[in-house]
Design a protein around this ligand. Structure first.
Ligand SMILES: O=C[C@H](O)[C@H](O)[C@H](O)COP(=O)(O)O
Length: 265
């Protein structure tokens, strides 16, 4: 009897933005998640599912003795649903590679992170990693932070201190800083609460201030009650940006910029 062949699965047509996220994620995994890497940090956001997809495609033989550490609820689900082994940074404080998304990346690879309120765990996993790689679509590739991500610098704060901190952040030069509220039908009434039980303040600063994100980071971090700031300065070794034309731009820590792939006709 002839075997019945199931019809080929239709290829889901991705939007330009989605395909550029996938391009960046695949290229970064292919270059940085190598057979010798056993402890791997998995970041958060909409590009990270493609990172996990590509890691799974490396196969059971490579993945069976690897441990994957999540930066939040979303990445934990990705790891568990992908049948990868879950660990945590308190068991594995030395990570080989962490790959994560970003809200915006400047020419020095400084990043705004925390649009999804995950930046505390993300920063711990980035710092613990020998190699920290950022993946994103072309919209996140900037010269100066705050050019495209207008919501402001995400600041995770102890809930009881938020009112005082809002005043302090206003005085620091962000008069429109606000407490991030849960939005949309069916969501919680009131402020969003992070995976660590904290609140988030979004603090936009002017262009001049954002040109020196490290100074700003230090000032905000000094405010009592601040848990972590979504400015990642001097942490990434490389940032991969998928482009709408099917190529990938890679910015390296030493300032080198590389373009790979053939532009779509
Ligand atoms: O808190 C969230 C993280 O920092 C994300 O990595 C960041 O917001 C980017 O997310 P997305 O890729 O969904 O824009």
């Amino acid at each position: 009897m002839q075997a019945v062949q199931s019809p080929p699965k239709p290829e889901i047509q991705l939007s330009k933005v989605e395909s550029s996220k996938r391009l960046a994620a695949y290229e970064a995994v292919d270059r940085h998640i190598l057979p010798e890497h056993k402890i791997i940090g998995i970041g958060s956001g909409s590009t990270v599912p493609y990172v996990v997809e590509r890691i799974i495609a490396q196969g059971e033989e490579l993945n069976h003795d690897r441990v994957f550490l999540p930066t939040g609820f979303q990445s934990k689900e990705l790891i568990v649903n992908g049948r990868l082994r879950l660990g945590d940074v308190d068991q594995y404080p030395n990570i080989d590679v962490t790959i994560d998304g970003a809200d915006e990346v400047d020419h020095d690879l400084n990043c705004i992170k925390g649009g999804g309120a995950c930046h505390l765990r993300e920063k711990v996993l980035a710092e613990a990693a020998q190699t920290f790689i950022v993946v994103a679509d072309y919209r996140k590739n900037s010269d100066v932070l705050g050019t495209t991500y207008k919501q402001g610098v995400p600041i995770e704060v102890a809930p009881f201190a938020y009112a005082k901190l809002l005043q302090n952040v206003h005085h620091l030069g962000s008069p429109t800083a606000t407490l991030r509220m849960a939005k949309g039908a069916g969501t919680k009434a009131g402020p969003i609460v992070t995976d660590n039980g904290n609140f988030v303040i979004d603090a936009p600063f002017d262009e001049q201030t954002m040109k020196d994100p490290y100074s700003l980071l230090k000032k905000i971090k000094m405010l009592t009650g601040v848990v972590e700031v979504g400015l990642f300065c001097g942490m990434a070794q490389a940032a991969y940006f998928g482009n709408a034309d099917g190529t990938v731009t890679i910015k390296w820590q030493n300032g080198q910029i590389e373009n790979t792939g053939t532009p779509l006709a």
